[in-house]
Write a protein that binds this ligand. Structure first.
Ligand code: PLP
Length: 484
């Protein structure tokens, strides 16, 4: 609530500290998703200080704040040079992978007006939902491309066959997030180019890892702007760039395509609006933080972190092979690993068991024939903890095997399938959640296995509808009103 009178800084900050106590730790490597730790506190400290220096600078107007042009040029140039471009490669610094993807899709849409229906976006089933979000926001129709059931790489023949006269963009991932494998970029980009269609490489998660892993000796297939037919590429610096959140780079093969991502409006009597990104007014903190992180680490710093992540990944893959009931999906190309389980070992129970042991391991639902699994993103700091991680995985697997599959209340899945959510308000939905043991008010660690099992049994559209309701209930005013 807003206090009538201002509070002292110590008081305000103490409250922030108290509120973040229940959060997952952002350092230490025990959270194998969401956060990227170098294990080098001084690097993060430098980034934080640079971020604060740029905090109040407004990225809305590069003529008013020329520092942002120079910083962005340097960041984009550094990324382009490692990803098949050069100092002259056009790019845009954005707030994250989703915004980079949104702009790549907008540029492609505006570059190629189509007739006779909605423009189409060809996307492998393993591509990030940001492409579905972009399609939704920008009025495109996503066309799904299957992946090979053994390798989880997009099927090039199916991608080629999915291209029509309405296709404005073909997407590949390097790597895809779910199984960490690189799609056949060269084959698919060539098929797109043969039809005169642009091809975007989603290297959001891998763009700032794969080049360094390659230098550390890993076999990395060609995936960047140097591949013929690739017209744009996204690379998140707030992932393996280890920059504070809010940092991604979108590269274009040519400047005309970049201009299609821009937006200008003179349709009002106020200041002229010309935006490179979705956001208009925006803090320059993320740009300063990303630039400073790159300066603080340098090429040798990234190389060392990638070598460590690579070694940690190999140890994890070897170790998982000796845990009964667990198997790695496909053959990961980066430092992202998906682990599936054989019954009676249930991956959702495994995830909860690991959480009880102090580790967050992300559950992934089954989709498009790919089994449910848990996902681990390893970073530079993971090497130091990989033996403990394997021990926790083995213990959690043992406990999960003993526990068996989660008990879903009889008839719940059928009831949810039949439920007309439009007839239930948020309070009613909260009651429904409570009836299956999901409390949104209590602290502690929720047992998510039942929830995940139920979601896993439902089709994607039903999952989505339930998730939207869940979010709406989570943010209900009454559930936070008691704070403070
Ligand atoms: C993280 C990610 C994105 C989306 O990025 P955000 O920064 O979360 O918006 C897109 N694609 C892939 C492969 C990713 O891993």
């Amino acid at each position: 609530m807003l206090p009538e009178n201002g509070r002292p800084a110590a008081d305000v900050l103490a409250e922030i500290d108290r509120l973040t106590e229940a959060d997952l730790p952002v350092r230490g490597g025990k959270v194998t998703a969401y956060v990227y730790d170098t294990g080098l506190p001084e690097v993060h400290e430098t980034a934080a200080r640079a971020y604060l220096r740029m905090l109040e600078v407004n990225g809305l107007d590069p003529t008013a704040f020329p520092s942002i042009v120079e910083l962005e040029r340097q960041v984009v140039g550094a990324v382009a040079q490692r990803l098949g471009g050069d100092a002259a490669t056009p790019g845009i610094f954005t707030s994250g992978g989703t915004e980079s993807i949104m702009l790549a899709v907008k540029a492609a849409r505006d570059a190629r007006p189509v007739e006779g229906g909605r423009p189409q976006l060809v996307v492998p089933v393993t591509a990030h939902p940001a492409f579905h979000k972009a399609a939704h926001y920008l009025g495109l129709e996503p066309v799904a491309v299957p992946v090979d059931p053994a390798t989880f790489r997009a099927d090039p023949a199916a991608a080629a066959a999915a291209i029509t006269d309405r296709t404005v963009l073909v997407v590949v991932s390097a790597p895809s997030y779910p199984q960490g494998v690189v799609d056949p970029v060269a084959e698919i980009a060539a098929a797109a180019a043969a039809r005169g269609v642009p091809c975007h490489v989603d290297a959001c998660v891998g763009g700032w890892l794969l080049p360094w892993m390659r230098e550390a000796g890993a076999a990395v297939p060609p995936f960047d702007l140097s591949v013929p037919g690739v017209t744009s590429l996204s690379c998140d610096l707030h992932k393996y760039g280890y920059a504070p959140k809010g940092a991604s780079v979108l590269l274009f093969a040519d400047e005309a395509m970049r201009r299609r991502a821009y937006f200008a409006s003179a349709d009002w009597p106020g200041y002229t609006v010309i935006n490179a990104t979705v956001q208009s007014s925006k803090g320059a903190g993320p740009l300063g933080g990303a630039w400073a992180t790159m300066q603080a680490l340098g090429a040798s710093g990234y190389r060392a972190l990638a070598a460590d992540a690579l070694r940690a990944t190999r140890r994890l893959i070897d170790g998982v092979a000796s845990i009964p009931g667990l198997r790695v999906l496909g053959s990961p190309d980066a430092a992202l690993v998906a682990v599936a389980a054989e019954p009676p070992l249930d991956v959702f129970v495994l995830s909860d068991e690991a959480r009880r042991r102090g580790w967050f391991i992300q559950p992934q639902l089954s989709y498009a024939g790919i089994p449910a699994n848990v996902h681990l993103t390893l970073t530079g700091v993971s090497l130091a903890g990989v033996d403990e991680l394997l021990k926790v995985l083995a213990e959690s697997a043992g406990a999960a095997r003993a526990a068996g599959a989660p008990q879903v209340p009889d008839g719940l899945v059928e009831a949810l399938l039949a439920l007309d959510l439009d007839t239930v308000d948020d309070a009613g939905f909260a009651g429904l959640l409570a009836s299956v043991g999901v409390s949104l008010n209590g602290g502690g660690q929720p047992d998510m296995a039942v929830v995940n099992t139920v979601l896993d049994a439902l089709p994607p559209r039903t999952r989505e509808a339930l998730l939207v309701r869940f979010l709406s209930v989570l943010y209900r005013p009454s559930s936070t009103g008691s704070a403070g």
